[in-house]
Design a protein around this ligand. Structure first.
Ligand code: AMP
Ligand code: MG
Length: 344
């Protein structure tokens, strides 16, 4: 398949490429586009055949459901049974990086939801994403636009590397602002369960809803026979092809370990900005200021992809703290590392 690449700036919402991308989608094709979280791989969410193409292009297991993207929070009515809590969340966080799981309506085929009777709904804030969805005038199913298992794409080059020849078009709209996928919550009555942490933190959710429970699968390994609330949690994800080891311990001990490791092993090191002056490793990747978790989130997936391209045997990184957006960094890294933590 010949993949067309469209270059747009973030506010080019009236460009003819938007109309063209929407037409590809309503004709049953696949378009990768930028969002504020990561790049998405879109298809018409009401078209079973189009949704199947997403699974094929990504190599995604068919029981791992897709998130549907809408241009306006009220559009959820067409596809799901909403609730008072849904509209409270919408008022506080939409458009933005929040996905809400609701009971699905028949307009969404089972292929999209991996056979579940619920559907994941998100209203992105990125102007290009919104313009395409509005123009297509239908919900767009869009998982992250990477090959299944690899880190999510945060710029068009990542998407081109994974998806060129597999999709009809890729829209290059620059770097994703947030860099981590949306926060996912399941809304049942007046309660929320946090299934995947993201830029919208548990504390922010608690400002809107009294009862927020964090699924244990966010930080812990699933038991062998356990069925997770979010099917995606059981799959290896975000993972580079060489082993990733997370270092836990006092700051001094971690940096001493990194200093020793750089001399003894062919390792890549994901370090904080201040440490980049102390370490002399040729495979050093600066993931941002120690206390700037948003910057680390923004850089994480690109850092994992970059580390993977350095000729090394192992990648070391800090084990993040679980506070605020740190919980999202922890969740992505612990899974990328297959829960390998070294106490130093
Ligand atoms: P991705 O779009 O690639 O970031 O992945 C979407 C995530 O949403 C996966 O982890 C899915 O398991 C999760 N998800 C999508 N739909 C549902 C649903 N109906 N119930 C629970 N989790 C869902
Ligand atoms: Mg994904």
């Amino acid at each position: 398949m010949n993949t067309r690449i469209f270059h747009l700036s973030e506010n080019d919402t009236a460009a003819p490429e938007i109309t063209e991308a929407a037409k590809i989608l309503t004709d049953g094709g696949l378009v990768a586009f930028p969002t504020e979280t990561v790049y998405g791989l879109g298809a018409d969410a009401t078209d079973e055949g189009a949704a199947k193409k997403i699974y094929a292009a990504k190599g995604r297991p068919s029981d791992n459901p897709l998130i549907i993207h809408i241009a306006d929070p009220a559009d959820a009515e067409k596809y799901a049974y909403t609730s008072e809590l849904y509209y409270k969340l919408a008022k506080a966080f939409m458009p933005g990086p929040l996905t809400v799981i609701l009971k699905k309506k028949d307009t969404i085929p089972a292929t999209v939801t991996g056979g579940l009777d619920t559907v994941a709904v998100r209203c992105p804030s990125h102007p290009i994403a919104r313009a395409i969805i509005r123009e297509a005038d239908v919900a767009i199913a869009a998982p992250s636009a990477n090959l299944s298992g690899s880190p999510s794409p945060t710029c068009a080059e990542h998407v081109i590397r994974d998806m060129n020849g597999r999709v009809d078009a890729i829209i290059d709209g620059g770097c994703s602002e947030i860099g981590l996928e949306s926060t996912i919550v399941k809304a049942e009555g007046d309660r929320l369960t946090l299934l995947r942490p993201g830029a919208i933190t548990a504390d922010a959710l608690r400002c809107v809803c009294e009862h927020v429970e964090i699924s244990h699968a966010v930080t812990e390994m699933l038991k062998a026979d356990e069925r997770p609330l979010s099917p995606g949690m059981k799959y290896r994800h975000y993972a580079p092809s060489v082993p990733l080891v997370l270092l836990e311990g006092d700051e001094d001990c971690v940096v001493s370990f990194m200093r020793r490791a750089q001399n003894a092993e062919r390792c890549a090191i994901l370090c904080y900005h201040d440490e980049s002056f102390e370490l002399r490793c040729e495979r050093l990747i600066d993931i941002g200021e120690r206390n700037d978790l948003a910057e680390q989130a923004h850089r994480l997936f690109a850092a994992l992809r970059d580390a993977d391209e350095l000729d090394c045997d192992v990648i070391y990184a800090h084990l993040p703290k679980k506070e605020g957006i740190g919980l999202a960094l922890y969740n992505r890294l612990i899974r990328a590392a297959a829960h390998t933590v070294k106490h130093v």
